[in-house]
Design a protein around this ligand. Structure first.
Ligand code: GDP
Ligand code: MG
Length: 597
């Protein structure tokens, strides 16, 4: 296809504003997928994405569209994830296209992720076409939302296209706008091959599949290609476009987007952002590449049943074939035995991986307290990264500790502003900015990431009845008075519950943890002290009283079915328990104990 007849674009939106539904409509109305093969949310491939209604991996589709002027255009849509944890994937898929549809729910207006994502599009020099979705809703107010877009984002929204992705209203206008308002890509057909490695994933049948955007030159099946960063050379076995299922294609020229396979063994061998060129006739200069994604949240994953360790190792390796953005290394814990310390892009990423391990590989896992990465500045002048609070060295060697801070942007209706400010203040936040757009406030806070990883998002949702939206970016490391707090159950330290806390908040945190654990740990035949300690000094204490014999007797009396039910329940519960010395601790305790109210 010649460049003038190609349009490459992405769709940016806050979660739930209708990005996937719009993508479905575009695919459907152009007959890209036969009607009988159409399922809702074509691009959200993973089960977990469908269930949670979120897009995790970016994906792509090639649409052929006959415009009103009678000409046929190739429209390549790269779908991007909307959630903050995956901001990195958003930014790299933006580099592969020239324009964006900005979808805003006409009954809601601009939200925090709308802003974060549209700024990424503007950073990538995109032409932007605003689209007002859900105009079928009685609460839709397109005129107000147009103003809102202009006030908050500062782009012209007068020509925003009103649509209902649900009913299909306005979809033809969107297709025409893509052709006439977004720019065609630039590139040279006769130049040496230069293609951007946009994404890669592991397919059980095809092996590693690589998504590329051709900048210059032409790539064909059978070509000998080279990855410029790694220097590795491969022969293209299969070249295809995504519709969205793979359809073989003879060649891809400048501006085109497609996939290839080349007997690449691991996703790790394909560095996203790398430049692909011909082995014999390489291009002069590689593309600038993307910033690598760095894991920011770590936690331990241990099998409930120690015999499942090998199965867990296997499962982690398989998942890493698919998602090179999570890291793992073996970890041993006195209490939990053998497991892995894994690094994630954020809490949602952690949850998604843990969920997939449990579901797709049928494993029962204990997840230890998530922790951010601390910088330990040692007295000898060196710096160490601390990924696991249990590894905190003796304080006599440590000069000072730095923690990661984020810039959080929260948008909220003004009646909830007070609660949001209080929440941020409670989490050691420093207010940076507060502005209004109509009746919505936009507040910017500098917050410690470790105060956000546990339950900040849940708390924010609950204090604002779900009306707040949130987005963040890392801004760097700063020193603070941070100490390691240990939890002792029946006088034994449970390293999996160790955490780093701010000294001023240690007593409150410690007391809350002990109280929580008292409720979470079932009573035993003996009294169990639960303590929080800093460097050997106990700062909080609770006692779980012993179970009296007559109570059990009562429990087990009565009719046989009830007794059987109780026993079954107990058995199921047992599976999820772990023995610590003489005490059994249920697996939920490790996460629940860390949530603050
Ligand atoms: P995404 O998170 O941006 O991908 O949003 P989805 O496409 O998954 O849509 C979120 C929800 O909004 C779903 O329940 C959709 O059915 C609904 N939705 C999407 N478009 C419309 C629309 O035009 N009108 C109405 N009423 N609902 C819509
Ligand atoms: Mg979606």
């Amino acid at each position: 296809t010649d460049l003038a007849h190609i349009r490459n674009f992405s769709i940016v939106a806050h979660i739930d504003h209708g990005k996937s539904t719009l993508a479905d409509r575009l695919i459907q109305s152009t007959n890209t997928v036969a009607e009988r093969d159409m399922k809702a949310q074509m691009l959200d491939a993973m089960d977990i994405e469908r269930e949670r209604g979120i897009t995790i991996k970016a994906n792509s589709v090639r649409i052929e569209y006959i415009a009103k002027n009678g000409e046929t255009y190739v429209l390549n849509l790269i779908d991007t994830p909307g959630h903050v944890d995956f901001a990195y994937e958003v930014s790299r898929s933006m580099q592969a296209v020239e324009g964006s549809l900005l979808v805003v729910d006409a009954s809601q207006g601009v939200e925090a992720q709308t802003l974060a994502n549209v700024y990424q599009a503007l950073d990538a020099d995109h032409e932007i076409v605003p689209v007002l979705n859900k105009i079928d809703l009685p609460a839709a107010d397109p005129e107000r939302v147009k103003e809102n877009i202009e006030d908050v984002i500062g782009i012209d929204a007068q020509d925003a296209i009103p649509i209902s992705a649900k009913s299909g209203l306005g979809i033809p206008d969107v297709l025409e706008a893509i052709v006439h308002r977004l720019p065609a890509p630039k590139g040279e057909r006769d130049a040496p091959l230069k293609a951007m490695l946009v994404d890669s994933w592991y397919d059980p049948y095809l092996g590693v599949v690589v998504l590329i955007r051709v900048i210059d030159g032409v790539i064909k099946k059978g070509d000998q290609i080279k990855m410029m960063r790694t220097g590795a050379a491969y022969k293209i076995d299969k070249l295809a476009v995504l519709k969205p299922q793979m359809v073989d294609f003879p060649e891809l020229g400048p501006g085109e987007i497609g996939v290839f396979t080349a007997q690449i063994k691991q996703v790790r061998d394909t560095k996203v952002g790398d430049t692909i060129t011909h082995d014999k006739k390489p291009c002069a200069q590689a593309l600038p590449g993307f910033k690598p994604s760095i894991p920011v949240v770590f936690c331990g994953l241990f099998p409930v049943d120690a015999n499942d360790f090998e199965a867990l190792r296997d499962a982690i390796e398989k998942l890493q074939l698919n998602d090179a953005s999570f890291s793992s290394e073996m970890e041993t814990s006195a209490a939990l035995g053998f497991g892995f310390r894994c690094g994630f892009l954020g809490l949602l990423h952690l949850e998604v991986i843990r969920d997939r391990l449990e579901r797709e590989y049928d494993l029962d896992l204990i997840t230890t307290a998530p922790s951010v990465v601390y910088h330990l500045h040692m007295k000898d002048g060196t710096m160490q990264e601390l990924h696991n609070p249990a590894d905190m060295p003796d304080l006599t060697y440590v000069d000072h500790v730095q923690e990661p801070r984020i810039k959080a942007t929260i948008m909220v209706p003004d009646e909830y502003l007070g609660d949001v400010l209080k929440l941020c203040q409670d989490r050691r936040g420093i207010q940076m900015d507060l502005t209004y757009a109509g009746t919505r406030a936009m507040v910017v806070y500098d917050l410690p990431l470790n105060e956000v990883v546990f339950d900040f998002y849940d708390r924010l949702k609950s204090v604002t009845k779900g009306y707040a939206s949130f987005d963040y970016q890392m801004i760097g490391y700063r020193e603070d008075n941070l100490v390691k707090m240990q939890i002792l159950v029946n006088d034994e330290p449970v390293d999996a519950l160790s955490m780093m806390v701010h000294r001023d908040r240690a007593e409150t945190r410690g007391r809350a943890m002990c109280e929580k654990l008292k409720d979470l740990i079932p009573r035993h035949m003996f009294k169990i002290p639960i303590q929080a300690a800093i460097g050997g000094k106990v700062i909080a204490r609770e006692t779980l009283s012993a179970l009296r014999k007559d109570v059990t007797a009562k429990c087990y009396g009565g009719d046989a079915t009830r007794k059987k039910k109780l026993l079954e329940k107990q058995k199921a519960g047992k599976k999820k328990m772990r023995q610590f010395g003489k005490v059994e601790i249920p697996q939920e305790a490790f996460i629940s104990a860390l949530k603050m109210d």
